[in-house]
Design a protein around this ligand. Structure first.
Ligand code: GLY
Length: 351
């Protein structure tokens, strides 16, 4: 296919991430080049399926696949075990077998759920990610982390299960609400701060850069990290910059504060905590960039409330918590410390 860039991930499975601007109607062809004709169970949400469901199904059917679809309500509140069970029941009803596939058409919620359902259905079947949000494009669709939320916290039930293909048509981002687009920029800015000073400088000036190139750069960074640490034993933890505090904010807000907005606030808290711990203070530099995208960086919760949620976060190991702290812009480090010290540091800084 013309104008399709390819980034290949070599993890426990090898797969292509195809950047096919304007190419959603060719997804069937891309799938047919890689997979035998089979049944594809599409999981999508009501917003995305209305916009792109027919294009994807028509293209897959034209290329020799049969399709079945299951649509959930848009939003984080849908990322539940019950909804995974319902999707699995749809697959059972459609007689989806181990030689068939799942396809996630949507943002992070749909991608995480579809990935998890495909990890556990029949002890694992392959799946395709078709991210339609910036956040899913640069982060959640790549790397095989799949999960659902439970009442104790976000993403606490999940599995590592790499997709077999990621197909991104960046034109689908044009229909995003501005606040959903902004959410994605929190992750884009994150990549710059943790690992790439040039990217950080580029995205520090909103509206002045080529979004396709920035997305490709973020995906390449994620690919490199996942290839070195697929199962999140070390390096991959850097991708959680802002997420320990961000997940707590999301949870305490009952998910009325979106993931990107919570991560933006979390990155600023991490910068403050880093300074209180003894690192150079990058709080203002990080906050300035995030504010230029319109992020609200306030934290409406107390250190104690945040701490109680952080204790059930999966990034805790025993009595310790590993925080991602900025050593400079473009270089973050993993800093393990006793959980109580995190509480003390949060109390010390103004959240
Ligand atoms: N979103 C963080 C990771 O994939 O590791």
């Amino acid at each position: 296919m013309e104008n399709t860039a390819k980034i290949t991930v070599k993890a426990s499975g090898t797969y292509d991430i195809l950047l096919a601007k304007g190419g959603l109607q060719h997804i069937g062809q891309a799938a047919a080049e890689r997979f035998k004709p089979c049944k594809i169970a599409i999981l999508s949400d009501d917003k995305v399926f209305t916009l792109y469901g027919k294009t994807v199904m028509d293209s897959l059917q034209k290329a020799g696949f049969t399709t079945v679809s299951h649509v959930i309500e848009n939003g984080e509140q849908s990322k539940t075990l019950d909804n995974v069970t319902e999707f699995i029941n749809t697959m059972v009803g459609a007689q989806v077998t181990r030689t068939d596939m799942v396809l996630a058409l949507g943002g992070g919620v749909v991608g995480d759920m579809a990935g998890f359902a495909s990890a556990i259905y029949l002890r694992g079947i392959p799946y395709i990610q078709v991210p339609t949000t910036l956040l899913a494009a640069v982060d959640s669709s790549v790397g095989g982390k799949t999960a659902v939320d439970i009442s104790a916290g976000k993403n606490l039930v999940g599995a590592f299960h790499q997709p077999s293909m990621v197909y991104l048509d960046t034109d689908t981002l044009s229909t995003l609400d501005p606040d959903v687009m902004r959410d994605g920029f929190a992750e884009v800015i994150k990549y710059g701060i943790i690992l790439d000073r040039n990217l950080a400088d580029t995205v520090a000036r909103p509206g002045t850069f080529d979004l396709e190139q920035v997305i490709a750069r973020c995906i390449s960074i994620k690919r490199d990290v996942v290839e070195q640490d697929e199962f999140d034993k070390g390096l991959r933890g850097l991708l959680n910059f802002g997420h320990t505090f961000g997940h707590a904010i999301e949870k305490l807000s009952s998910f009325t504060i979106s993931h990107g907005s919570a991560v933006a606030r979390g990155m600023v808290i991490a910068a403050k905590v880093a300074a209180a711990y003894g690192y150079t203070n990058y709080t203002n530099a990080i906050a300035k960039v995030l504010e230029s995208y319109g992020f609200d960086l306030s934290c409406p919760y107390s250190a104690s409330d945040m701490y109680n949620v952080i204790l059930s976060d999966k990034k805790r190991s025993g009595a310790d918590i590993t925080l991602v702290l900025p050593e400079s812009i473009g270089k973050c480090v993993l800093q393990k410390m006793p959980a109580m010290q995190v509480l003390e540091l949060m109390k010390k800084v103004r959240l």
